[in-house]
Design a protein around this ligand. Structure first.
Ligand SMILES: *Cc1c(COP(=O)(O)O)cnc(C)c1O
Length: 396
């Protein structure tokens, strides 16, 4: 692997030089006023990126998975039922965590490649007249299959059913890259990590939490220690932490949220859509198809590409790493060996995307797949030339 090349994995993402500098700090006393000047703008920045007026925002020293655990353990009790759909490896792992924590899960099984069905959520909630279901879980962007789902529609289905369940959304590979509306969509807890759309090193589990979910923490009986939202909230109000914070990462978060807001969230989203469009044009140029079964489910942050039946897609990833020093994502779980993934979130530009497309092309040609050199690159070039690029100054 080369340290010069960008990575094309859907997290951790490439770190802009200015963000790396923001994370590189001398030790400061986190009980001094210097820390307040880092923590408060970082948490405020996250709230604005998630489009919430007054959600409680938390940043635990952990990864996104820790955020899943914080959401569940603070709000639920042993034996509680949650409703969750599974359409890929990440939604699967969140369900597995529920089981480990002693929750019952009503699973809406969904084809790996399809989006989540708001109708299925609505029907399950309508049927639950006794209100056994205490929380509804949805993964906004299933990183394993490159499928984005309509979270607004699921939020609307919960309200239409008149159901009191809390609404938890995994936004790990969507937040800060595609539109995310905590307040408008009626979300109670949103979870992400520092190393995806926020373009930071891994190390922060980032959550936004509604008043209703905070209130649930008082009666919930699942054990929680490190991830207790109330301890973190009480300390944060005084600009402190219940333990030692990752000061450099929080300073990076202050910097990166400001950078995204300066670029303009709509420009950030347009840039992601544009880069993703070029990647999908390239795939069509290769005569291949995305794992996502319908255009409305195409993810603007990661594309999983189906390879011909009988060919082990993982070979592309191994070969590209060994031969060209470039990282792509492997297929996971049910789609292992059937897809490889191009991550296109974070600081990428068209030019970087073209380099990734060209490398994937070389790897596939080397391995004997019927891919004509230049076919994907030319299709992406045509797409980028035809698509306005108002946001090229992005993520400098
Ligand atoms: C990356 C990812 C996670 C896991 O996050 P970690 O930071 O690796 O713990 C969870 N959900 C989704 C959708 C992801 O893409």
């Amino acid at each position: 692997m080369s340290l010069q090349n960008p990575v094309f994995i859907p997290g951790p993402t490439n770190i802009p030089e200015a963000v790396r500098r923001a994370c590189d700090m001398p030790t400061i006393d986190h009980r001094s006023s210097l820390f307040a000047d880092i923590l408060k703008p970082a948490l405020d920045g996250v709230r604005r990126v998630m489009k919430s007026a007054d959600a409680h925002v938390f940043a635990f020293p952990a990864s996104g998975t820790g955020g899943w655990e914080a959401a569940l353990s603070n709000t639920l009790s042993p034996g509680d039922t949650v409703l969750a759909a599974r359409n890929g490896m990440f939604s699967h792992r969140w369900i597995e965590m529920c089981v480990k924590l002693g929750l019952k899960v009503e699973v809406i099984e969904t084809f790996w490649g399809d989006g989540l069905s708001a109708e299925a959520y609505g029907a399950a909630l309508e049927a639950d007249t006794g209100h056994r279901i205490k929380a509804v879980l949805a993964t906004h962007n299933e990183t394993a299959t490159g499928v984005a789902s309509d979270i607004a529609a699921i939020g609307a289905a919960i309200r239409a059913a008149g159901h009191p369940a809390l609404f938890f959304v995994d936004g790990v590979s969507s937040i800060a890259s595609i539109d995310f509306r905590f307040d408008d969509w009626g979300i109670d807890i949103a979870v992400t990590g520092s190393q995806k759309g926020f373009m930071l090193p891994a190390g922060l589990a980032i959550l936004a939490v509604s008043d209703r979910a905070m209130a649930a923490a008082d009666s919930a009986r699942l054990p929680r220690g490190f991830f207790d939202l109330r301890d973190m909230g009480t300390s944060n109000v005084r600009n402190g932490y219940p333990y030692t914070p990752s000061v450099g990462l929080l300073n990076g978060l202050k910097f990166t949220t400001q950078m995204l807001l300066d670029e303009g969230l709509d420009n950030v989203f347009a840039r992601h859509a544009r880069i993703a469009g070029g990647v999908r044009a390239a795939i069509a140029g290769w005569g291949m198809t995305p794992c996502a079964n319908r255009p409305e489910w195409y993810s603007q942050t990661v594309t999983a590409i189906r390879t011909p039946t009988g060919f082990d897609a993982t070979k592309i990833v191994t070969h590209a790493a060994e031969t060209y020093g470039v990282a792509f994502g492997v297929g996971l779980g049910e789609v292992a060996g059937k897809v490889f993934r191009i991550g296109h979130l974070g600081m990428l530009t068209d030019v970087l995307a073209l380099a990734g497309i060209a490398t994937a092309e070389m790897a596939m040609a080397d391995l004997g797949l019927p891919v004509k050199l230049g076919s994907g690159v030319a299709a992406a070039q045509d797409f980028y030339r035809a698509t306005p690029a108002q946001a090229q100054k992005a993520a400098a």
